[in-house]
Design a protein around this ligand. Sequence first.
Ligand code: ADP
Ligand code: SR1
Ligand code: MG
Ligand code: MG
Ligand code: MG
Length: 362
Amino acid sequence: MASDGFRPLDEKSLVEYLKATPSLAAKLGNQFDKLEIREVGDGNLNFVYIVIGSSGSFVIKQYFESLKYDFNNVAFLGKESWPMTKERAYFEATTLQDHGRLCPDHVPEVYHFDRNMCLIVAKYCGNVELCRLTEQVVFSDPYKVSEYNHWTTPYLDDDAKAVREDNILKLEVAELKSKFCERAQALIHGDLHTGSVMVTNESTQVIDPEFSFYGPMGFDIGAFIGNLILAYFAQDGHADEGSDRKILGTSSTKSLLLFWDEHKDGPGEAYLPAIYNNPELQLLVKQKYMEDLFHDTLGFGAAKMIRRIVGVAHVEDFESIKEASKRADCERKALNFAKTLLKERRKFQNIGEVVTAIEHLD
Ligand code: ADP
Ligand code: SR1
Ligand code: MG
Ligand code: MG
Ligand code: MG
């Protein structure tokens, strides 16, 4: 240990530090054997660990006197270090505390500050538990035997089995699951099915963002579109109730690009004019982004459709079809379309083509 009391921590010595710090040990219920610890710092300067125990979680940030690159970036090895004051830990801790007093809803609470160790422990802002639930019920359970899964049995027994045995489908779902876990594109709602959108003649409001986190935008857009498509397929089961089958008509890509242009002089730096320095290149880079987003949307939407038919949580559109064989017929059509959409999503250029594909089924 240095004379100033500073000691760099790693994932192992961190546990010893937690054990020796009663307030933090108490947050973890004094249980240290099954701690999940991940270093997640994505900046150049500091080490940030997420610590998740059975009864609590937090982040630990430790500040060093040199760049983080000195420790783990080969390209930086051998170069002279860039000295950085460790006192920045003090400024960060006191600023977080001051801002937190003024604006407690928008600043993570500081649980612990150790000036000698240059270390701050603060509230972990992730939505771990509910993201984990989504990982399980959307991307895992429908593709394996799970006690939570159910479907319209016996009619869909073979269909559910086919989902569990479809390797191409599983490979595509693996890609989507990895995007769900890794792609922090925007603060998304996380459960944007049609039941989360309250519509009256005067207003449209979105409720229930308990699954919100920084994730892929297509997960939200897909959830909504997937639910509209499920509603469409359910209509044969409600034949007596009339059938206006228009499912989707607008071009969301166009409006998003217009919105993008409206904010082109804002603080964002994604596609700098100095790099994308002519109108054609600017358009191409935006179109590429929108194409990826659209294919994410279709993939996530299809995965959400599948989980609503063979997973734990279903939709009222199908559940309210009382006759099981009729319900199963509707669900099978939706399931088969969702499987195709998931596997072949990259062939679609716009939502109009998806609508046409649905309308031309059998
Ligand atoms: P859950 O997380 O259990 O789905 P929600 O927040 O979605 O809970 O609330 C359940 C239902 O309650 C909603 O689908 C909606 O019908 C109704 N509801 C909740 N909040 C509102 C609100 N602010 N205005 C109108 N209805 C609401
Ligand atoms: C146990 S799964 C419950 C589902 O309900 C929520 O609204 C989410 O869609 C979640 O996946
Ligand atoms: Mg930083
Ligand atoms: Mg909810
Ligand atoms: Mg809800």
